[in-house]
Design a protein around this ligand. Sequence first.
Ligand code: NAD
Length: 385
Amino acid sequence: MLKFEFKNPTRIVFGEGQIAALRSLILPGRRVFILYGGGSIKRNGVYDQVVHALAGYTLTEFGGIEVNPHYETILRAAEAARTSDADLILAVGGGSVIDAAKFLASAVTATDRDPWDNFAAGNYPREILPIGCILTLPATGSESNAVSVISSTVRNLKIPFANEAARPTFAIMDPSTMASLDKRQLGNGVVDAFTHVVEQYLTVPGNTPVQYGFSEVLLRTLIEWGPKLLDDNSPEARENVMWAANQALNGLIGAGVSQDWSTHMIGHAITALYGLDHARTLSLVMPSLLRFKASTKQMMLARYGRNVWGVTAADDKTAAEEAIDLTEDFFHRMGLPVKTADIAPIEISTDDVVAQLQRAGHVQLGEMADITPTQVREILAHTAG
Ligand SMILES: NC(=O)c1ccc[n+]([C@@H]2O[C@H](COP(=O)([O-])OP(=O)(O)OC[C@H]3O[C@@H](n4cnc5c(N)ncnc54)[C@H](O)[C@@H]3O)[C@@H](O)[C@H]2O)c1
């Protein structure tokens, strides 16, 4: 097991109707800065529930956080938060809004008014504003992790920022908020969460049976409940997927294991270039990447095939190949692309993706840092079809 430190201080308040618990989570008299996206919360009743729960508090709101949130918009939000003298950022939305809130919480207190480079180098202000969130789309785990993935239109980059201090103080997870999600967002969420587990699990084997066992439970849960969620968006499916997606990226299954975030880094480059949904870049890249790395990942792939998919092949090579085929089929059944033909009219230029990765400083990827730009080209070539 690798050395690790694990602390997840986010207070999770889970279940239908829990938005009403906001009052018990925020001290009276706080000036709350509500951050949201394109306005789905105003159409589905979530905004009204928030405002109702916070009657008597001083509220300021900032809407318009984009999908794949823009740094430039967050800087405007930071100015508004300073002007309103906010003392808590309340994110209401999916991963984009929550990521924006986590970055914003540092941008508000930073003395540097253009803090991108400082934050990218890990230099965050000592004090940042506390963040609370109300999750409306299970996918990213952002509601209780330390990461924000932010895009800069000026720099033409989409990169992750990690700041332990930005883990939300609390996260309200009410599965009924998922009722207004369409099939595309539901499928995206399940596949995003699935890939988070895979990237912390399908690496080189370690002495980490606890982490692997948790990972396998999460994968089996997403495989069982993901299609049901697409089918009927039932309360049972919502709560199981929402909880699994949170556990997939709250730091627990990744503690002490080697990790391979190459699918995500290649995916970020594709989103930055073509605007393709985050999860759809992952479903496109991951099967090809697993096939490309099948020999180095063979032992874990075979274990995954047997423990998660019930593959019975006796030899590891066949079990690994069957596991990848089943993964690809699962992504496809969830309505996501697995070949470039599925994302038409977008056409991916491997040269551009490699250049984008280099601009972002992501040149040696994988758990052994052995995925080079040349290999990225080969992986992308295998997505053709
Ligand atoms: N912080 C992390 O650890 C982490 C991990 C993975 C991905 N990400 C990032 O998170 C972002 C993606 O977040 P996401 O997948 O949660 O999607 P999202 O937040 O971008 O939302 C997708 C769409 O769904 C809409 N939506 C959200 N909730 C809704 C609801 N209840 N009803 C109707 N519409 C609703 C939004 O308005 C938006 O149009 C990407 O930028 C990705 O890179 C972050």
